[in-house]
Design a protein around this ligand. Sequence first.
Ligand code: SF4
Ligand code: MG
Length: 332
Amino acid sequence: GAPLLEVTDLRVAIARGDDEIRPVDGVSFSIRQGQTFALLGESGCGKSMTALALARLLPDTGQICGGSVHLAGEDVLALPEAAMRRVRGGRIGMIFQEPSTSLNPVMTVGAQIMEALARHCPPGVVLADEACGLLEAVGIPDPARRLRDFPFQFSGGMKQRVMIAIALAGRPQLLIADEPTTALDVTIQAQVLDLLVAIQRARGMGMLLITHDLGVVARVAHTVGVMYAGEIVETGARTDFFAAPLHPYSRKLFAALPGADRRGAALEAPEGSVPGLDRVFQGCRFAERCPMAFDRCDEEAPGWHRLGEQAVRCHLYEGVSVPRPFVPAQAL
Ligand code: SF4
Ligand code: MG
């Protein structure tokens, strides 16, 4: 069937004084129902802006200047704002990095969950019961009592579980999770990720998971898109990606992992940084940092090349049809 979410050639412009930057510059991907798509990249590459754009939550200085977003076939960018407010927190649930800043410190957790439920539940639903069920579903012990507690009475991991409960209040078809575990301790991260996976499976939701962490991708994603400087430069199934990352940037991400275990560990930023987006790129955006760059890379932006189920935006793959296995020790 058709994908749950289809993002096509999405473009975002943000005004900066007299100038503008393009943090999202022609991004396309799709997410099937019941599947998790991970958008992977360093900070500043446009991942969060992509998520904000498709929920139509861009800052006032920003606007979508091209492309389309379809949720279950419906044109999200064409919806009137009132309808979009129902979609947000309804068919699209959202979780962000910092649970502390998303929760209201002077309202009980129960009141906040019930507020979300009231916006989206049909009349007749007993909100307190429903809220209790949600806290239970996200693994918070003694939920009936905990509903009366304030956010400060919860640990970081428990607060993030509360955020997940609030995001689930509208029974979303799509969950957007932007670095949902980055602010948490490592052991808690794994628990919260496992919870997200369990809930996503049980409810058959699609999930857009934004992360800079290869370990997170390994744990939760079905498919992956690697983002760099406003563009997706590689996409494919997670298994193919881990067996043979294709783009030189992807390979640098793996090579930057400490030790040989590519699956468990957190990502260290590879040397160099994402270029500023306040300029027009002529060639490949990664050329300055790419150890494989050659003359053509500075002159011509690479197009997409397909290798089986994977796709990569890099001149090296012109005319190549079979990915070579990737051995991290020999990375570039
Ligand atoms: Fe490197 Fe050239 Fe490929 Fe860009 S197109 S990633 S610079 S080899
Ligand atoms: Mg971000």
